[in-house]
Design a protein around this ligand. Structure first.
Ligand SMILES: [Zn+2]
Ligand SMILES: [Zn+2]
Length: 139
């Protein structure tokens, strides 16, 4: 189940939170991304894809009852990650597997998913390093 992760700079008080493994989305018939927050991903995906939820029950955490639907899910379902720009510190929501890896604000390609921040130099104060903290929050 998704865990809320927190990263903070050990020098300034810059702090970021993100859900482990990102946020699931499904693409509708018009190519729009519809976010599917936990819990209830399989319900929302089934609604958008117009299939029966019982066929994909447990997705993406368990093997689904109807494996014939995996190609459709692979095509239409993706994961949005919170990404931080190490140049301007803006956050972008990107499908890191599919999207161009550039900051939506300054177009820099110097970006990273927030859940990979541990040990990275802080882009705000430039002297500190990010540390990971467990929040104990699980959705
Ligand atoms: Zn800092
Ligand atoms: Zn930027």
């Amino acid at each position: 189940m998704p865990k809320l992760l927190r990263f903070s700079c050990d020098s300034c008080n810059f702090e970021l939170e993100t859900w482990e493994n990102g946020l699931i989305y499904v693409t509708d018939g018009k190519g729009r991304r519809i976010e599917c927050p936990h819990p209830g991903e399989s319900y929302k995906i089934a609604r958008v894809l117009k299939i029966d939820e019982s066929e994909i029950f447990g997705f993406p955490y368990m093997r689904i009852p109807n494996p014939d639907l995996y190609p459709l899910l692979n095509e239409r379902v993706g994961v949005i990650s919170d990404c931080i720009c190490l140049d301007c510190t803006a956050l972008s929501k990107l499908d890191y597997q599919q999207d161009e890896r550039t900051c939506t604000k300054c177009k820099s390609s110097n970006i990273l998913p927030v859940d990979n921040l541990e040990g990275i130099n802080c882009p705000k104060c430039k002297t500190g390093v990010f540390e990971y903290h467990s929040t104990g929050i699980i959705s």
